[in-house]
Design a protein around this ligand. Sequence first.
Ligand code: FE
Ligand code: FE
Ligand code: MG
Length: 171
Amino acid sequence: MAVRGNSIIKGIEISEIVGLLNRAYADEWLAYYQYFIESKVTKGIMKDAVVSELTLHAADELRHANLLADRILQLGGTPLLHPQEWFKQTNCGYDEPKEFDVVAILQDSIKGEQCAISTYSSLVDIVKDKDIVTYNMVSQILADEVEHEEDLQALHDDISEFIFNIKKSLQ
Ligand code: FE
Ligand code: FE
Ligand code: MG
């Protein structure tokens, strides 16, 4: 454990930060898998655009898991070692895709991003002025999650409008 690096943390127990980061770490793995499997099963109109967005997001969530694991180790903690822990510690849970059409898949994913935004927003508040390194990391992840929500919502709205217009022109 980096002694000087961790000595600059003040006003919060390092074990508390590690616990919070591990919960976020569980979320990221579940989000990664959710995007991964959604990108495989999704079908319907404008599917290619949706699949490429889901695939990009899967890669981002895995990158987030990587950042969190490295920071947990820097803090002298241990990243969750067993996938069973992901379900025990997750904030946002796992939304198994039940309907595979693009609109339903996008709605599930938007819900997940909204939970991620809430989680990282409260993490940012907790470590602000206490642990600057973690603060910078979770702020960057938060910005990614905000972008994710926006990307998915924009796709969702485009597709919904397209479907609406098609239906109208067929009446
Ligand atoms: Fe993420
Ligand atoms: Fe995300
Ligand atoms: Mg995106």
